[in-house]
Design a protein around this ligand. Sequence first.
Ligand SMILES: [Zn+2]
Length: 119
Amino acid sequence: MESKLYHFQKTYGYLTKINGRRVSLQKCESCSSQFSWSKIYKSFWWAYKPIECGNCGVKHRITILGRFTFVALTMIPMLTFMYFLTPFNNIIATIGTGSIILIIGSLFTPYVVQYENSP
Ligand SMILES: [Zn+2]
């Protein structure tokens, strides 16, 4: 039992690290308070609107890599499905399912997209 638990913790540890960094929501670069998931998520849908820290008011802009990550997790799975994987002959069903894939992909993006302090 003990070794199983240890193994689980080890595996989970790997899953929660990307490039040696723990997967977590973005923190303010000046006061380290964590931004909420919804705050980051809303920023995407307002054309990557800068996020203002609720604690100290410093603005954070999405990084270039962050934009790329967002597109990679949303548009690419959607377009791949729509062009290559769709089982439907119906364009409406294809677009509908593609949109659901885009929305599901976007739910994870606040955990991986990075923002940086902007003057
Ligand atoms: Zn702050």
